[in-house]
Write a protein that binds this ligand. Structure first.
Ligand SMILES: CC(C)(COP(=O)(O)OP(=O)(O)OC[C@H]1O[C@@H](n2cnc3c(N)ncnc32)[C@H](O)[C@@H]1OP(=O)(O)O)[C@@H](O)C(=O)NCCC(=O)NCCS
Length: 329
């Protein structure tokens, strides 16, 4: 028995911010951002919080799955930007979906940009253990809350959004998981509270901001994606060449192209939609999956890998083999 994906959905805030829009408020340009990252725009929240985006993605996934929401008995939300320290964003989403009268486990987990894949693994384990039957696995972020718009090397990269899978134990797909962590004392990718000049940022100084050593993250990411793909394929007893489709965390087109080159895999096998959404951290993989599905890139019988990397440092992959006769993806 393995997990079947009954439906998927995504949501982004209403406000699309292009590179040219950013160039109005900081010293950057569309040409620089596109060349170094492949990003053309991102969606930034004005009023939506993480639970709002997570709820909308869940509603879209439930609609896609064509199931009665009252049959959901578990909600996991991967996020590094929760609405609050407590209650969990997953519990808020349960209430916003109107599901609070039913038995339902709900909690958040944080593995930064690898978070969605850790949540999917956790859901698989919880369902195999009999703790839940049908779950919402959500990755949701409002990274705009922790971006320092005076730091052009990080602020241009990230966007807000959410993605959701509805999963249950069933025939239809076979999943194999891999995850690893290398606790980082070098502060490669962290949030920290800084006393920023309020005249420049208009943010209170106690807000923790995202800080990153870009080139170190780039080197880590290329190694991590290759390692996760290789390890998950070894675990399943297949070759990376057997992968029909790879849905990587959407951080940077250059990272994805480097990996494709290094592993000798055609770039066409990699799904990329970061030009539109930027890096939405734990939301990026389910958003990219939902896009790939909507554009007809997923087919029964296909073997695909979802692969993520992020702060921690963490990296993870899930191999999904769709049966020839499945309608679950
Ligand atoms: C962030 C990143 C795009 C920076 O690209 P880079 O080639 O390493 O660029 P550098 O940091 O060396 O900066 C090069 C120059 O561009 C400038 N620069 C940085 N951000 C800029 C921006 N948004 N617009 C214009 N210029 C910028 C720098 O100030 C520097 O100028 P200098 O040469 O005059 O000092 C790249 O390192 C990267 O993508 N890293 C991985 C990040 C990532 O994926 N993080 C998420 C992980 S989940």
């Amino acid at each position: 028995m393995s997990l079947a994906i009954l439906g998927t959905g995504m949501a982004v805030p209403g406000r699309r911010v292009t590179n040219d829009d950013l160039a109005q408020v900081m010293d950057t340009s569309d040409a620089w951002i596109r060349e170094r990252t492949g990003i053309g725009s991102r969606y930034l929240s004005t009023t939506e919080n993480t639970s709002d985006l997570g709820t909308q993605a869940a509603l879209n996934a439930l609609k896609d799955a064509k199931i009665d929401p009252s049959t959901i008995d578990g909600i996991l939300c991967a996020t590094l930007t929760p609405d609050a320290m407590m209650p969990s964003t997953a519990a808020l989403i349960q209430a916003k979906l109107g599901l609070k009268a039913q038995r339902c486990l709900a909690f958040d987990l944080n593995a930064a940009c690898s978070g969605f894949l850790l949540a999917l693994q956790t859901a698989d384990a919880l369902i195999q253990a009999g703790s839940a039957k049908r779950m919402l696995v959500i990755g949701a972020e409002t990274l705009s809350k922790i971006l320092d718009y005076s730091d052009r090397s990080t602020a241009v990269l990230f966007g807000d959004g959410a993605g959701c899978f509805v999963v249950e134990a069933a025939q239809g797909t076979q999943m194999t998981h891999f995850a690893n962590t290398e606790g980082d004392l070098e502060e490669t990718l962290i949030t920290e509270s800084l006393a920023l000049n309020p005249e420049l940022t208009n943010h209170p100084s106690e807000v923790p901001y995202l800080r990153m050593k870009g080139q170190a993250v780039f080197r880590f990411a290329v190694k991590a994606v290759e390692d996760a793909l290789t390890q998950v394929c070894i675990k399943r007893g297949i070759s990376v060449n057997d992968l029909d489709l790879i849905i990587p965390h959407q951080a940077n087109a250059r990272i994805i192209r480097h990996v494709a080159d290094k592993m000798g895999l055609p770039i066409e096998r990699f799904v990329m939609n970061l030009e539109e959404y930027g890096n939405t951290s734990s939301a990026s993989i389910p958003i990219a999956y939902t896009h790939a599905k909507a554009s007809g890139r997923l087919r029964p019988g296909m073997t695909m890998a979802l692969v993520g990397f992020g702060a921690g440092l963490t990296w993870a992959a899930t191999l999904i083999e769709l049966k020839e006769d499945t309608t679950c993806y």
